[in-house]
Design a protein around this ligand. Structure first.
Ligand SMILES: [Mg+2]
Length: 464
């Protein structure tokens, strides 16, 4: 390091690097004067003026499927657009009300835009608009910078995302086990079942007047679970969900009864979306009580938005063994990763809930690629034959041997297959104009004009 020779050679190296950058890929993103010609031997950047990129519009379609899929498109002044999706069974209006708050902004300023509309987001489907916006902005930015969406929020922990799938419930445990075995044959390595109290409700004395299993009913539920375990094996991850209207003590009773069957997790023992006794963030003490009373893995989170708004108390109080955010409610790529990273600090892993279209699914895949302590991501449409047809751009089938490969193409890596989508529209029309959302219809604070007040002489006036 003492000789001057290496310094000169380093400088030359930097000069060479700068020259190479000017001729190479970095050149693609340098703003060009209007009408400038791209030399033929350089890659053409179709979106050559990122600093002048502006959002011009937001429109939507809604696909009718197992649940409705509200899909949005954000357009810009340079032709590049982004696709996003609000939470399944939600409404595109949650995203569209944000339109007047983002039009004219540069879509590459993702965090600033999301911060500016964060107060519009809340738990359950009310997190869907914010989440759809996050996804569409990452799709645009990925296309503009020529990188896959995951690269904008982190680096990759895995090349493919392990998928778990829901399987249609039946009161016959042998038939249900056969369905799971078929899933296994199709390559799935992670399974989930509905273990609803309704499975045993027809048995006399099995369910009390609150809709909760009695001791007899709980024994029957465990027999059901044992039959399923015997079919699928005890060595594969099997999660369970949808137990009914349980309170904390019911949940503990159920969770303890399930211990011999080593569930991958018991999901939402307290019902989702029930503010008083359910999965509301303020009820983290309920969850802590359940978690500490059993060795069954307890998880929740599919209806929670945001780290501060939803997940923080559950995580920092170690109130659950695992979190289970849905990216289309939790805040999509940036926020769900933020939640998962925070959970990792406390040793809590993240499973991902998901029940939407391939657009939102790929957003979840990009996000899941970047989180450290990832378990598996849900797919709720394995039995819908046309689900994968809704998009182009990724290998088909989208789920390959129980995994989804992480795309390396710019943005989300998918475009809509217009013909396939049009065959399943809930509302006719294709990304129709949305003038009803041009002006804010809800806002945080607006001054409508001069208001009645007293002037310096104490005289009531309206004008200033
Ligand atoms: Mg669930």
């Amino acid at each position: 390091m003492s000789s001057s020779k290496p310094v000169i050679s380093r400088r030359r190296m930097f000069e060479r690097m700068a020259g190479a950058a000017a001729l190479g890929s970095a050149f693609r993103f340098v703003e060009q004067p209007a009408g400038a010609q791209q030399p033929a031997d350089r890659p053409v950047n179709r979106y050559s003026a990122p600093s002048r990129l502006q959002i011009t519009d937001m429109r939507a379609i809604r696909i009718a499927s197992n649940y409705d899929y509200p899909i949005i498109r954000i357009d810009t002044n340079q032709g590049v657009y982004g696709l996003g999706e609000a939470r399944d069974a939600g409404n595109e209006g949650m995203a569209l009300i944000l339109k007047p708050h983002i039009v004219g902004k540069n879509p590459l300023n993702i965090a600033e835009i999301l911060d500016s509309v964060r107060n519009f987001a809340n738990q359950r489907r009310m997190g869907g608009g914010y989440s759809a916006l996050d996804i569409a902005l990452h799709d645009i930015s990925g296309k503009v910078y020529g990188v896959p969406a995951y690269r904008l929020v982190g680096s990759k922990y895995r090349d493919r995302i392990r998928i778990y799938c829901d399987t249609t419930e039946t009161a016959d445990p042998k038939l249900f086990a056969e369905r799971l075995v078929l899933r296994k044959k199709n390559g799935f390595t992670f399974f989930k079942m509905d273990l609803g109290t309704d499975l045993v409700a027809r048995q006399p004395g099995a369910v009390n007047t609150r809709g909760v299993a009695t001791e007899k009913g709980l024994k029957l539920l465990c027999e059901y679970l044992a039959t399923v375990r015997d079919g699928i094996g005890y060595d594969v991850p099997l999660a369970a969900d949808h137990f009914g209207p349980l309170n904390v003590n019911d949940s503990i009773r159920y969770a303890r009864a399930f211990e011999p069957y080593e569930l991958a997790w018991m999901e939402d023992p307290l019902q989702v979306g029930t503010l008083s006794t359910g999965d509301a963030p303020k009820n983290w003490r309920f969850y802590k009580e359940i978690k500490e009373a059993t060795t069954t893995v307890i998880n929740t989170g599919e209806s929670l938005f945001g780290l501060e708004e939803g997940f923080r108390p559950l995580i920092e109080n170690l109130a659950v063994d695992m979190i289970h955010p849905d990216p289309l409610t939790a805040g999509a790529l940036i926020e769900t990763k933020r939640i998962a990273d925070f959970a990792s600090m406390y040793g809590i892993p993240t499973a991902v809930h998901f029940a939407g279209s391939p657009v939102g699914c790929m957003a979840g895949v990009h996000m899941a690629a970047t989180i450290k302590d990832f378990v598996a991501m849900e797919n709720h449409a394995v039995d819908i034959p046309w689900w994968g047809d809704l998009v182009t751009g990724v290998p088909k089938p989208i789920i390959q041997n129980g995994y989804i490969p992480v795309p390396e193409t710019p943005g989300l890596g998918v475009e809509l297959n217009e013909e396939a989508c049009k065959a399943h529209l809930r509302i006719q029309g294709w990304f129709e104009p949305t003038p009803q959302f041009d002006k804010p219809i809800v806002d945080e604070y607006r001054i409508g004009g001069p208001y009645p007040h007293l002037d310096d002489n104490g005289k009531p006036v309206v004008s200033r």
